[in-house]
Ligand binder design. Structure first.
Ligand SMILES: Nc1ncnc2c1ncn2[C@@H]1O[C@H](COP(=O)(O)OP(=O)(O)OP(=O)(O)O)[C@@H](O)[C@H]1O
Ligand SMILES: O=c1[nH]cc([C@@H]2O[C@H](CO)[C@@H](O)[C@H]2O)c(=O)[nH]1
Length: 302
């Protein structure tokens, strides 16, 4: 009898949405009701997947924890994830839930609208976390101690569990919102002072219910509301890293912007990688800003 190969050991876990992005693009200006020629593509997406892909490009070996159907779309998605360097052995493969999808329409005037259908991830609930509780990657008695990139597509109840459960209190949690509409789901990490939050100025405003004019101001407010550690970005303006011991604010390098979608994921992944290399607070922030600037200027990210 042939034995199943032993799963590779991940150096980071990415927990959240792994789904198919279906993107319709036209180079014409669009508005509500437009019906125009263009291209429709399908590619792996979901915030956790996007961060995992970027981490893999930066040389890390991420494992994805998510829900993927056992349908044809799910099988193709898992194969695509493996191709992109992800460990897929710990995914929850559901018999009865379809693989999730995100659909966006982009015109010459930017994103027109998008719908995220992450119902299967939400329905799977804590089943996606089994490997961290059943001893495969960790358990309540022997908690997982490595880094985790977590996205805010999970339901608030599950995010609250991660923010409070003993099985997660030794993990180095790095948490990103899934969209401005889901930013509020990250509040448990503020109330329970667990993990590092990666947010832009708009998401910081939603979390604090307050307008901010700079990343430094937003970082102070997030800490005042209980966050243990935050990284606040603000596009081409300064970004701030802060915790109870102090803060550092740096301006990104000035570049010509060729693309912005994905800048936040690139910043977060580059920052995690920089800290994994042992860089100190200020050096790691500078590394992440440099990598994100290279990304937005359209050059290869490394
Ligand atoms: N115009 C720019 N010039 C230089 N760097 C930029 C620019 N825009 C974004 N970046 C880099 O990307 C980082 C993240 O950008 P931003 O704050 O826009 O994140 P985001 O809104 O989460 O991004 P996304 O577009 O992926 O949702 C910035 O801190 C910066 O390092
Ligand atoms: O609610 C969500 N919106 C968007 C995303 C993902 O973000 C990317 C677009 O910003 C895209 O990959 C989409 O799947 C998600 O996972 N959840």
């Amino acid at each position: 009898m042939t034995q199943a190969p032993t799963p590779a050991t991940p150096d980071i876990l990415c927990i959240g949405s792994v789904l198919w992005d279906i993107i319709g693009r036209s180079n014409l200006e669009m508005r509500v009701g437009s019906d125009v020629p263009g291209r429709i593509t399908r590619l792996p997406g979901g915030v956790a997947m996007n961060i995992a892909m970027t981490l893999a490009r930066f040389g890390m070996r991420p494992a994805a924890l998510s829900a993927v159907g056992r349908d044809a779309e799910g099988n193709e998605l898992v194969a695509a994830c493996a191709q992109l360097g992800l460990i897929t052995d710990h995914l929850y493969r559901s018999e009865d839930l379809p693989t999730d999808r995100y659909m966006a329409i982009e015109g010459a005037n930017g994103l027109i609208a998008a719908i995220a259908d992450a119902h299967s991830l939400e329905a799977a609930g804590d089943k996606i976390l089994r490997p961290l509780l059943d001893g495969t990657l960790g358990s309540e008695a022997v908690p997982y101690t490595g880094p985790v990139a977590l996205d805010g597509n999970l339901k608030l109840s599950l995010l609250t569990e991660i923010a409070t459960h003993p099985a997660f209190d030794k993990a180095d949690l790095r948490v990103a919102p899934a969209s401005p509409g889901k930013a509020e789901r990250l509040r448990p990490f503020m109330t329970h002072s667990r993990g590092t939050l990666y947010v832009n100025l708009e998401e910081a405003s939603i979390l604090c219910q307050e307008e901010f004019s700079s990343s430094a101001e937003a970082a102070d407010a997030l800490l005042a509301r209980g966050a243990a550690r935050v990284l606040v970005t603000d596009g081409g303006s300064s970004a701030t890293v802060a915790d109870q011991d102090g803060s550092c604010t740096q301006a990104p390098p000035v570049v010509t912007v060729a693309r912005v979608t994905g800048a936040g994921d690139t910043f977060m992944a580059a920052h995690i990688v920089a800290e994994a290399r042992g860089e100190d607070r200020d050096t790691a922030l500078a590394s992440a800003l440099r990598a994100a600037a290279t990304y937005v200027s359209g050059e290869p990210p490394v």
